[in-house]
Design a binder for this molecule. Structure first.
Ligand code: FES
Length: 100
């Protein structure tokens, strides 16, 4: 099962192959949002752009960016950033949360 490690922390979580990254983080009590967006977000449908994470290692083990990510007007994604709600995990990776 893939391991998602949090950069700058000893914390890591084991997720099912193909698991949704946002859902997996939340299930383990890890909130990917910063500030008011912890409450004010689209709850995973890819519209708000506030669930982004930075992928430090293992980008090749994640699903390809979705159309929702490339069309997101609010948070144009920089290289290495992914919307957690649009990302599926197929292998080990290291991510950095916005709040780190
Ligand atoms: S939760 Fe809104 S874009 Fe991911």
């Amino acid at each position: 099962m893939p391991i998602v490690r949090l950069h700058g922390s000893e914390r890591s979580i084991e997720v099912g192959k193909g698991a949704n990254l946002r859902r997996s983080l939340m299930l383990h009590g890890i909130n990917p949002y910063a500030g008011v967006y912890r409450v004010l977000n689209c709850y995973g449908i890819g519209l708000c752009g506030t669930c982004w994470v930075e992928v430090i290692e293992g980008e090749e083990n994640l699903s390809a960016p979705t159309r929702m990510e490339s069309l997101n007007f609010r948070q144009p994604l920089k290289r290495g950033r992914r919307l957690a709600c649009q990302t599926r995990v197929y292998g080990d990776c290291v991510i950095k949360l916005q709040t780190d």
